[in-house]
Design a protein around this ligand. Structure first.
Ligand SMILES: Nc1ncnc2c1ncn2[C@@H]1O[C@H](COP(=O)(O)OP(=O)(O)OP(=O)(O)O)[C@@H](O)[C@H]1O
Length: 269
């Protein structure tokens, strides 16, 4: 399903390569929900960027749905991300001048799906995440927790093989954080969605069935003492993944109607 094999990555700082990920090996099976836990600087964002194909690893391999991410070219990656990977960001990354429903429909516009079908699927998912009465509002009319529910519905609309949630509760208060994790767990159990939740918070990680912990670029062996983590938020990760949403703009030739065009233009702004 998701297989990370002997993954290492170095950044070139001046002439000296700095290794930030070293020999990472793990797999996430279909229908699993796992937390990728690590303190600031442990390498979470780098690993997420590699798994999403935003960077090529120095060594090793990543398979998602039996495709080798590091072997794909930019066009193949763009299509693969749109169809096989869902993203949930700390800062939601919703398009402000599109309605809640239009935001959720957006990934399907790029797949050329007919408006009626898109609408039906978006409404079904919005009902599923508890937003049946909010579909024609704009993101700014919703609370942070509700905006994150929209972003969760959007991440599921293409029925991706895996959903990467990058600090999904980083902007939320404790009670709302708990509700959002409840929703992810429920979607995992009842719809079989595969989630990888990237977090620096033990409280979030320990609610999942399995924790993959990173420390200084290496995986911590299960059973070893967890390291206390700094209470910092992962803005860098959300920013990096924001380029995924931005990367969609201009890649659509299939859409047909005025509504499609409005959605597309909305995303380019
Ligand atoms: N483009 C880059 N060039 C050089 N070094 C980098 C680059 N990006 C990240 N690093 C370094 O790689 C290490 C891991 O960074 P990364 O952002 O992956 O960690 P993180 O666990 O996501 O941290 P945070 O939670 O603070 O975002 C850090 O030491 C960081 O300074």
């Amino acid at each position: 399903m998701l297989v990370v094999q002997q993954l290492s990555h170095s950044f070139l700082n001046g002439t000296e390569p700095t290794r930030v990920l070293i020999g990472i090996d793990f797999r996430v099976e279909r229908g699993e929900i796992v937390a990728l836990l690590g303190s600031s600087g442990s390498g979470k964002s780098t690993l997420l960027n590699l798994m999403a194909g935003l960077m090529k690893p120095t060594e090793g391999s990543i398979l998602i749905a039996d495709r080798k991410i590091e072997k794909m070219n930019e066009n193949e990656l763009a299509v693969f991300r749109r169809t096989h990977i869902g993203f949930i960001f700390q800062s939601y990354e919703l398009i402000p001048h599109l309605t809640v429903r239009e935001n959720v429909e957006l990934p399907l516009v790029f797949q050329g799906l007919k408006a009626k079908l898109r609408r039906e699927r978006a409404l079904t998912l919005l009902t599923r995440v508890g937003l049946a009465g909010k579909t024609e509002l704009f993101p700014s009319q919703l609370s942070g927790g509700q905006q994150q529910r929209v972003s969760i519905a959007r991440s599921l609309i293409t029925e991706p093989a895996v959903v990467f949630a990058d600090e999904p509760t980083g902007n939320l208060d404790t009670a709302t954080e708990s509700e959002i994790i409840d929703l992810l767990l429920e979607l995992n159990v009842n719809l079989g969605i595969t989630f990888v939740i990237v977090t620096h918070e033990h409280e979030v990680a320990k609610r999942t069935k399995r924790i993959i912990q990173l420390r200084d670029g290496r995986l911590v062996e299960p059973g070893s003492d967890p390291e206390p983590l700094a209470a910092e938020t992962d803005v860098a990760g959300a920013d990096a993944m924001g380029t995924v949403a931005a990367g969609h703009a201009g890649q659509n030739e299939e859409a047909d109607s005025g509504a499609d065009r409005r959605l597309r233009e909305g995303e380019k702004r």
